[in-house]
Design a protein around this ligand. Sequence first.
Ligand SMILES: *Cc1c(COP(=O)(O)O)cnc(C)c1O
Length: 432
Amino acid sequence: MTYYSLNKQAPDVSFQEAVVKGLAPDKGLYFPNEINALPQHFFDNIENLDNNTIAFEAIAPFVGNEIPEQDLKQIVKEVLSFDFPVEKVEDNISALELYHGPTMAFKDVGARFMARCLGYFNKDKANQENVTVLVATSGDTGGAVASGFLGVEGVDVVILYPSGKVSDIQEKQLTTLGQNIVALEVDGTFDDCQAMVKTAFLDEAYKGKRTLTSANSINIARWLPQMFYFFFAYKALKSNGKKLVFSVPSGNYGNICAGMMAQRLGLPVHHFVTATNANNIVPEYLETGNYHTKQSVQTISNAMDVGDPSNFIRIQELHDNDISALRQNLSGYSYSDVETTKAIHHLYESANYIADPHGAIGYLALKAYLKDNTDVHGVFLETAHPIKFLPVMPKSISDNIPMPRQIEAVLHKEKQSIKMSNYEQLKTYLLS
Ligand SMILES: *Cc1c(COP(=O)(O)O)cnc(C)c1O
């Protein structure tokens, strides 16, 4: 498989090159040159396939022969070493829980897959210069990347996070691991962190000194494996015979875009719903036709506090850059913090379900869509465990959340971070 840059000013590359580079030299995101639907019998027979087989079949065409079948199967197996339960919430609504992995967010899947691919490509180059994964996080990416890459040989990880704007648990998850993981605590917002990372990728100063790559969802090895659990949800719900709608809490739009890629592989998805907070760039675009990026606003669903969603361009490519085609396949809704908290209470009281703020927004958007669209089954993605958002969860509910062992394990470790406030300081650090 080869990949092209969406800016169309850079040469096509292999899977390996796209994974190692992250972003194309023309600053474009990479996109596969070919997307072929899986055979019909795959879907007819999916209930008889295990998750590892389903995931392997979905990802194999995108990797091509660059990782041998047995190695890719082993990678998939290691990535998927936890459950993806589909929980019934209402008669026609289920939650797809993506938080049973090591850092309790869906990003574990993409981060673990990417780490293992990079590890595979680096395995014969022990004496060459290390690859440095440089990543900005608004909360969950950092922990998932830190955990996914911990101990991977030949890879250093540098994580930038906005000081005081991630939860204590999230901060512990990315600042306590040590080894090949370094956390930089930035005096600024997520957008500032993201801007520093982008500047570094464009700076020629690292040539021959450090190979920089990204582990944000712009990287195809983080983005594409997120297709897996859309297939798993279909498998779990296939027997009810209803058309399937996914509501995806969205920030950088990598997760929902992976769902759309699964749809292109033939997965029968009737419609997508994007659910977001006050950072409503995409719902506004769907409504008005005007795409305006903005400064991000801080909310209680902070993993979606993104003012310039990086993967939206891939979604447009998947819909031939045609807004009417996109509107056919995607609806968008945004909610305030007050509405989010109300939904958390409602889910707890009416369905005994504890949702995190992102999942609660997914639920609200799904409800809005279902109002005019009956006779479908809706699935909202529960993208992180509510324990990760303790400070913003209603106390009467958070008191009833048992502490998961993955979280307990990091709470007592000591935070280690390097404080930073601008790009020059980052550059000095990376060149030292
Ligand atoms: C990252 C994240 C999101 C947003 O996912 P995108 O792929 O960036 O759209 C939503 N919820 C949680 C909990 C996250 O960590």
